[in-house]
Ligand binder design. Structure first.
Ligand code: TRP
Length: 330
């Protein structure tokens, strides 16, 4: 890979099989930019450990499923460094150095931290590891000096901490790290079948591997336009969750026509739902075929991880050696 290209990097929590929210969020962006940037795409099993430490064995199997999904979607290991966070021990060393220079209040006042401590009552996350989640994320990014980070809005506070850590390191030991920029995904937010953001933990997701009956069943459960009682009543696509799927799949569908038919009461919600269910299912045809092939070739999957590890460790070990020199502990 050429050195002149800017580096784009994103980490992904290995939560098992992927859903449409993942696809239309960061993944489509990453795939679209595979040629433009030098791409780093990795699965953050150490971050997963910060909440799953009581059941760590599930992380690896989830990670492999996730990796197969990514490859089936078209993440190209020839153009992307595709790897596992825990395969890069240099990241943990950098985390250690960063932890020495990161003031506790930066972490304690981080909004995601405060929120999770309040929300995640089912797990004890009053741990050092969980508090330092953003420090580990800073190390993920700065270990390769990545400049462009495609993330969702929820990750902006973490990215800000990364920038602060880079600045502080540069101030203390001399210029070295670049301050990475967020690239907010322009994908429409994908609603789950209950209208909230699509997420595995909300139990409202349509998975890429779902069969047609499952997708149809899930879409049928969605609330459309509450004012529309009879199929012949005029509908309001602008407030309809199902219509937001039409917007996402606008390339596969005549969206103006559907909008018109809805507003004129010429298509009932059930028909409209079944139509989009089949569009979603068909759009994943290539994904399903590739996944079946890959599942039969697990050796190849492990080879990809090995390749990613080697190429990234080459960069990471250079960073660590520079960092030690900068700090004067070489
Ligand atoms: N915190 C991110 C999330 O929960 C995952 C992540 C870890 C990440 N390291 C990263 C994202 C580095 C971008 C860059 O989604």
């Amino acid at each position: 890979m050429e050195d002149t290209k800017k580096k784009m990097l994103t980490g992904f929590r290995p939560t098992g099989r992927l859903h449409l929210g993942h696809l239309h969020g960061n993944i489509e962006n990453m795939i679209a930019y595979q040629n433009e940037y030098e791409n780093f795409f990795f699965l953050v099993d150490w971050h997963a450990l910060s909440t799953e430490y009581l059941n760590p064995k599930s992380i690896k199997s989830n990670l492999i499923e996730c990796l197969i999904d990514l490859l089936s979607l078209g993440v190209d290991p020839e153009r992307t460094h595709l790897y596992r966070q825990s395969d890069i021990p240099e990241v943990s060393e950098l985390t250690l150095y960063f932890s020495m220079i990161t003031p506790l209040p930066w972490l304690e006042r981080c909004p995601t931290y405060k929120e999770q401590v309040k929300e995640l009552k089912s797990r004890d996350i009053s741990t050092l590891g969980f508090l330092s989640y953003p420090v580990l994320m800073a190390a993920d990014i700065l270990i390769v000096n990545a400049e462009i980070i495609p993330v969702g809005e929820d990750q902006l506070p973490h990215l800000e901490i990364t920038r602060e850590i880079a600045r502080r390191f540069n101030y203390l030991y001399g210029e070295y790290f670049v301050e990475p920029q967020a690239m907010l995904s322009h994908a429409t937010k994908v609603p789950g079948i209950d209208g909230r953001k699509m997420s595995k933990s909300y139990n409202n997701a349509i998975f890429l591997g779902d069969d047609y009956q499952t997708i149809k069943g899930k879409i049928r459960m969605m609330v459309t336009d509450p004012q529309r009682i009879h199929p012949t009543d005029p509908g309001h696509p602008d407030i309809c969750n199902v219509f937001s799927f039409y917007k996402i799949y606008r390339e596969a569908v005549d969206i103006e026509e559907i909008e018109k038919r809805c507003k004129e009461g010429k298509i009932g919600c059930t028909n409209c739902k079944d139509e989009i269910a089949s569009i979603i299912y068909q759009s994943l045809e290539g994904f399903r075929t590739r996944r079946k092939e890959l599942e039969r070739n697990m050796d190849y999957i492990y080879q990809i991880l090995e390749k990613g590890k080697n190429s990234v460790r080459e960069i990471a070990s250079r960073t660590i050696s520079d960092v030690r020199k900068k700090m004067g502990i070489d």
